[in-house]
Design a protein around this ligand. Structure first.
Ligand code: A3P
Length: 286
């Protein structure tokens, strides 16, 4: 097993050495199958396609970075690609050992997940966000690589391919793929929570609604409550490539339209034109 890990590692290193790489964000990004990834993340993603065994009962929460992943606290939901960290080989057994229905999360575009995810009919809940706000959030989290973001070169980007792959899958299989926008959750969180529960075949009962269980869930998941929990104010999570992410850095402002406070009018217009061009004809709008 160790030997196969070592072989995988060197295969990953050799492959990465041949791929286009760009500097500009806090770490370099490598282009793999039309998706920009940190090299360490890419190394951990390589085995996902062969080794991750989707089950039809799986529920996969997929997000583009900075679109609200933290609504599912990182330590509570197992992140698929993080199970394949090369330094933690044994965790593959962990993901296999989880009882069904497994609740899993991922930042990977649909094209980098095994095709079995769609064939097995896994339930996917996808969350994206108005791209100017997603960039503003990323900008604070990483750095100010606006042009690279517009060129599609950002972590797990291009953002338009990420959004469109899940969007098209949602159009093709609406019973199995739910497509959500950050703005829609912020506008009416109660409606969104009821919609997700119904989609997952666990709708709130009348009795639960009359007891206010759904409203309590919304209150508990609000930015104010989550960002003030001790568990979110302290500590952090490890990410591939010796990255340590402070929990508190995942809660910045949590507002819709904050981009106007950070981008010039010209930058906003440039990104709007790109959004229009990339999503034209798809039915997806922001
Ligand atoms: P801002 O930087 O705009 O504040 P991710 O979790 O995918 O990394 O996304 C982080 C973004 O989601 C941050 O946006 C963060 O503030 C926001 N966020 C985290 N928890 C939230 C919550 N409970 N309600 C609303 N926004 C939240």
């Amino acid at each position: 097993q160790l030997q196969s890990r070592i072989d995988e590692e060197s295969h990953g290193d050799n492959l990465i050495a041949t791929l286009p790489t760009r500097e500009g964000w806090s770490t370099p990004l490598t282009l793999f199958k039309k998706c920009w990834l940190r090299p360490q993340v890419l190394k951990n993603c390589l085995p996902v396609q062969d080794k991750f065994m989707p089950r039809s009962e799986d529920i996969i929460l997929a997000t583009h970075p900075k679109c609200g992943t933290t609504w599912n606290p990182h330590k509570v939901v197992t992140i698929i690609e993080a199970q394949f960290l090369s330094e933690r080989g044994g965790d593959l057994d962990y993901i296999e050992s989880l009882p069904s229905p497994r609740l899993l999360a991922t930042h990977l575009p649909l094209s980098l997940l095994p095709s079995g995810v769609c064939k097995a009919g896994c339930r996917i809940v996808y969350l994206c966000r108005e791209p100017k706000d997603a960039f503003t959030s990323m900008w604070h989290f990483e750095n100010k690589a606006f042009n690279m973001f517009c060129e599609g070169c950002s972590s797990f980007g291009p953002f338009w391919d990420h959004y469109l792959q899940y969007w098209k899958e949602n159009l093709a299989r609406p019973q199995e793929v739910l497509f959500l926008k950050y703005e829609e959750i912020m506008l009416d969180p109660l409606k969104a929570v009821r919609k997700i529960a119904k989609f997952l075949d666990f709708p709130f009962t009348e009795e639960e609604e009359s007891r206010g269980v759904d409203k309590e869930l919304v209150r508990f998941c609000s930015f104010e409550v989550l960002s003030n929990l001790d568990a979110n104010k302290t500590g952090g999570v490890e990410r591939p490539g010796n990255m340590f992410i402070e929990h508190s850095s995942l809660f910045r402002k949590g507002e819709v339209g904050d981009w106007v406070n950070h981008m010039s009018k010209e930058m906003g217009e440039k990104l709007d034109m790109l959004i229009e061009e990339k999503f034209k004809g798809s039915g997806l709008q922001f």
